[in-house]
Design a protein around this ligand. Sequence first.
Ligand code: ZN
Length: 497
Amino acid sequence: MTQEIEHKFKELLREQSSYSEAIGLMAWDMRTKAPVKGMDNRSEVIGVLSQKVHELQTSDEMRSCIDTLKGNVQDPILKRAVEEAEETYEKTAKIPTHEYREYVTLQSKAESVWAKAKAENDFESFQPYLEKLVEYNRRFAEYWGYENHRYDALLNNYEPGVTVEVLDQVFPKVRKALTELLSNIQQAPIQPDPSVLEGHFPKEKQAQFSEEILKRMGYDFEAGRLDETIHPFAIGLNRNDVRVTTKYDEQDFRTAVFGTIHEGGHALYEQNISEELSFTPLATGTSMGIHESQSLFWENFIARNEAFWENHYQLFKAYAPDSFQELPLDDFYRAINEVKPSFIRIEADELTYCLHIMVRYELEKALIGGEIEVKDLPRLWNEKMKDYLGIEPRNDAEGVLQDIHWSGGDFGYFPSYALGYMYAAQLSSRMEQDLDVEAIIRKGDFHQIKEWLTENIHQYGKMKKPLQLLMDVTGEGLNPDKIIEYLTEKYKKIYQF
Ligand code: ZN
């Protein structure tokens, strides 16, 4: 009997992941190659398929499989898959169907209203939509349940195990250290000169360099591809088809170089998940934060490392024939690591980035908790920016309206970015106990690093929850000291204080 149900359950998962793969491929197509006129129709097809996935996840058949298998299976993969299916079932089933439908409609409408509001610097036109989105999220959090803070229920969607209690301990500590560091940096007598990085960088050359670096990272081009897009992303359709996209700015090579390496880090994760997890909901990264730790590890710990450029600067110069031929490596290295408070999160350097996240975290927490209202956001945003980064946005477009997340109702997502930095620092410090990372980076042969990541992190997919994974690899939970140590050591050297 159980065996029959096991078979049925696996069939349901297979069906689900097949639909998801089709949706993913269409989403990739829409963001890279699809003709403009085809968009509406394609959106509708995606909607139909998403509905199908939703139905499968919450079907009576699924419920009965879960009930029969729960506590009755030995195989660890099957056991975790049942757990995961149950969590999804519970989460979805707790929201009344009509509310979910209204919410999905609101999401797609709000996104276009937001895009217009941002372009026209008009928060008021977006405000009523954002109010409704917040209202739904407050209600969903109540349906899902939480122990201490309503916001915990939303955090759980992106970073299971991380709560307001945890973040309220960790973030202030990091903030204090970063603010002190920033003040030392700003007072340092010698400042890097980012103007040395200006030049003209032909798109084709950038594409060739991007491809070369991805290959060196160990990205498998037979199980992936590199394309151009406006907003870069990586997407894993399955472990044998993980695609990277990047953006080429002919005036600023940093967009493509660091963007490609960042997305490459995400892609390596998805390409190296154990084959045994295929066609289950476990065949993906375990959380937003751990995923981000992989991209940030490659982008910052490797590609913004001095040793990386000691090796790759010559190669890079070959792809940028008109620039840098006379520029000393040291000036180049310091310029790509310039620290400067700025308004836009996605353009922030690795030091001030976490401060941008903390601004958003504080506001989201208070908003979902019901302590503040949407109409107060522009004012509070600017106050917090002043407080945390020492600068005040001149308008809402470069302030509260800049990110797409809230227009999609994604509350609880932002902290994952800062957690990614902390995880990356912890994992990198652990890796250094096993490998001479500096020497490897200098040599430019990264296969040992890739193997270490596969063995310790990637292969497990969603088999381990984020904090469990962290504990298994590093022997400790979330520890903000490592990111503080890393940034302090690095920037003391660059800014000489
Ligand atoms: Zn990322």
